[in-house]
Design a protein around this ligand. Sequence first.
Ligand SMILES: [Zn+2]
Ligand SMILES: [Zn+2]
Length: 336
Amino acid sequence: MSAVRWYGPRDLRVEAVATPRPSAGEVLVRVERVGLCGSDLEEYREGPVSIPPDAIPLTLGHEVVGTVVACPGEEVAVGTRVIPDVVVGCRHCWWCDRNQEGLCPDLPVRGQQQDGGLAEYMLADARTTVVVPPAVELDVAAFAEPCAVAVRALRKAGDLTGAVVCIYGAGTVGLSVAQAALSSSAAAVVAVDPVASRRRLASDFGAIACSPDEAVTVIRDLTDGRGADVVLECAGVPQAPAAVELSRRGATIVLVGFRADRLVLPWLDVVLGERHLIGSAAHLWDEDVTAAVAMLARGTFNPRPLHTTTMPLTETPAAFQHLDQDPTVLKILIRP
Ligand SMILES: [Zn+2]
Ligand SMILES: [Zn+2]
């Protein structure tokens, strides 16, 4: 089968590799769509960021939808369309024993530390594949993974009733967070992004959109100068201090975006302002991915405006060049 393998920065190769064989407890999925995400772009630009040296060359791809073509244990019927969960976990640590695979210190993720879905076929765990209802279109189902990241982040933020919610960074995850927040009983949702086309999308969804330069004024005007009740940082660590600055005393700040970087935070504002800083990483299959699929099926998440284009597997290196050079590109889906 063909697979897109990462050899080094800007060195992706479409190669012929052996089709994997599922063992007990696994399924073989024929991949139908794979989304390219910001973390894939980081690996492309300056990796290895989270690829272990002994896993190179690695098949990227963690936003996958496909159809089960083999399942030795018969847990999932052949022909079922699924989201194969990519957060695997080591299966034997303190956290994995408690169904908290996302906190596993080894955190093997398919497409990041193990071979993923930028290929014709991929392996997944039968236990954690989430079934996609037949009525959900393929190009919609392909957004389940980033939507699951948004679901988890919002859960960490807690009850949004009456809240002024600020979303810092309006990429795929930020815009998904915005849609879910807008369908809640939040008083206002503000999306902050430097890219005009992303702000336009956010305001089409019903958010108040502004650039980073305008954010302080916009949020102060909305809150009598207090700051946002909830801030979801979806841009990455360099912007995290802005998330503190935009929040009110006693606010909740959920950090979703990240880079492998150190950062100076305004500690005094966190401590004396009793702000709650919460990290949110990835998702769990039975809570977040299941919820994301249900919200995509109901239309709470409408990812169609985020879908830039679909390209064949052989053109994946060109797709990464496109992502690298054009900040207006949101989601490219690959069709193996
Ligand atoms: Zn991703
Ligand atoms: Zn573990």
